[in-house]
Design a protein. Structure first.
Length: 262
């Protein structure tokens, strides 16, 4: 299952989309029209590295984890990242790569998840380890544009700040609810009132420490914040997320859900 357009669209958008920026920089130089480049990538580049073997702890995903793409979406994003790095090294083009986690409002790509959980329940759960609000994603891009010349080149994970620590990883894999109760105990009352449930286990945790440290990024929408919003009877989405709404990936409907199956 891929979180995006079909094969041919992924190849064109991920790879061809980067090439014009690099070509322009090569033609006119980094100090003229194209002075820098910020590329929106995805945490999907990590691919198979996101799912540890059975009984292993959850994966602690930082920028140092080596990507192992598992589909064409991740593979083309890695290729595009490499093009960015190539132009930085060969032409001195300042370039920052933001590996964003989920921020789309569409239903989950897994049929079993859609059938087992309310959609809002899924998305709130994901703020623990693999989701960001688009308002925070935008703020990360604005900061990247401000700092790209000073930094030169870098890759950053853009995801909500997790409440978890490394010593939670073993228990997270098999008893996520117990870990969340320790870290954000007030979530239980909200979930009981809503009839929601925590996932039995969590297989990975995206770590945004480098983006917070080097970009000065301060994401507002994390699990604790959205829990407080739900508790207060407010919409857990940012005003920007509500304004944008769902744009959908495809005009077509697919038998297995909102995305095509490879």
């Amino acid at each position: 299952m891929q979180n995006g357009p079909p094969l041919e669209v992924n190849v064109n958008s991920a790879c061809d989309g980067v090439a014009p920026g690099g070509a322009a920089a090569r033609a006119i130089g980094p100090n003229e029209c194209v002075g820098a480049f910020v590329f929106t990538s995805t945490t999907s580049v990590f691919g198979q590295a996101l799912t540890p073997p059975l009984r292993a702890p959850a994966a602690w995903i930082t920028e140092d984890v080596v990507p192992v793409p598992k589909n064409i979406y991740g593979a083309t994003k890695v290729a595009a990242e490499n093009v960015c790095e190539l132009f930085h090294g060969a032409r001195g083009l300042p370039c920052l790569i933001l590996r964003t986690s989920r921020f789309f409002p569409e239903p989950d790509d897994r049929k079993e998840t859609r059938q087992s959980y309310d959609d809002a329940n899924v998305k709130i759960n994901e703020f623990l380890y693999r989701r960001a609000d688009i308002e925070d994603v935008v703020s990360a891009h604005l900061l990247a544009l401000e700092k790209v010349h000073a930094i030169g080149f870098g890759r950053y994970i853009v995801s909500a700040t997790t409440p978890f620590a490394r010593d939670d990883l073993q228990e997270l894999r098999t008893n996520a609810a117990a870990v969340v109760t320790r870290r954000v105990p007030r979530y239980e009352d909200v979930y009981v009132r809503r009839g929601w449930s925590m996932f039995p286990g969590i297989d990975r945790v995206y770590v945004n420490e480098r983006a917070r440290s080097e970009l000065g990024w301060r994401p507002r929408y994390d699990f604790a914040h959205v829990i407080d919003l739900v508790h207060a009877g407010e919409d857990p989405r940012s005003p920007l997320a509500r304004a944008i709404g769902s744009k959908a990936y495809h005009a077509d409907a697919f038998a297995e859900g909102p995305y095509p199956v490879e």
